[in-house]
Write a protein that binds this ligand. Structure first.
Ligand code: TYD
Length: 208
């Protein structure tokens, strides 16, 4: 039996990483095999590319160069980590995946949905998550959380509030278009409330 592929998406500071970790531990404690991973990264070559993407000046890359780099990292991540795990029956929980490229480089970066879809097709064919949890909250609140959290690796956080407000709308539009795969979760609430809504969505949609 193949494992389920579950992704978390959303803007900066929405709590994706925490929720991905909580979900992975919950599934593990229920006796399932789970890999917890994140993008960009998750494979040796992809980590090298990550470094190019998350550091440096906000305008370091054009949207298309960025989209190509994220896809290059994703090919390595998919081939070396995600696909083998799923084939062996292990569930994969991933912090960000292709919807981030569609939202950041596509909707907000000004590249078309078609271009992003074509790139995805070339890189990964019809590979896609079984379930995507979109963590949603007002952009200002998310940015505030992200700013309190860490230093460094903040190239995308530096892009300003209008960028992040557009991003929120982008994820909501993706969720509307692909409602079979996506569930929007109100992430402005307490961590344990968000976690229990995540578990409900996973159970209802995937039966695990
Ligand atoms: P990361 O430190 O993982 O941010 P976060 O904790 O918010 O997930 O950095 C990844 C950054 O790269 C993040 O700002 C979103 C951006 N990104 C894209 O623009 N396109 C993509 O395809 C992916 C995967 C991430």
């Amino acid at each position: 039996m193949t494992g389920k592929f579950i992704t978390f998406e959303g803007g900066e500071g929405t709590g994706k990483s925490t929720q991905a970790r909580l979900l992975a531990s919950h599934l593990e404690q229920s006796g399932m095999q789970v890999v917890l991973t994140r993008e960009p990264g998750g494979a040796p070559g992809a980590e090298v590319i990550r470094d190019l993407l998350v550091n440096g000046e906000p305008d370091r890359w054009s949207p298309m160069a960025e989209a190509l780099l994220f896809n290059a990292a994703r090919v390595e991540h998919w081939r070396q980590c995600i696909e083998p795990a799923l084939k062996s029956g292990t569930h994969v929980v991933c912090d960000r995946f292709a919807d981030s490229t569609m939202a950041y480089q596509g909707y907000v970066g000004g590249l078309t949905r078609e271009a992003m879809a074509q790139l995805h097709w070339l890189a990964l064919g019809d590979a896609r998550p079984d379930l995507t949890l979109i963590l949603d909250m007002p952009a200002e609140a998310g940015l505030e959380r992200a700013a309190n959290r860490r230093e460094g690796e903040n190239r995308f956080e530096l892009k300003g509030e209008a960028f992040h407000a557009k991003l929120r709308e982008a994820f909501l539009d993706i969720a509307r278009r692909e409602s079979n795969r996506c569930v929007v979760i109100d992430a402005a609430r307490a961590m344990d409330q968000v976690h229990s809504e995540v578990l409900t969505a996973v159970h209802t949609r995937l039966g695990i």
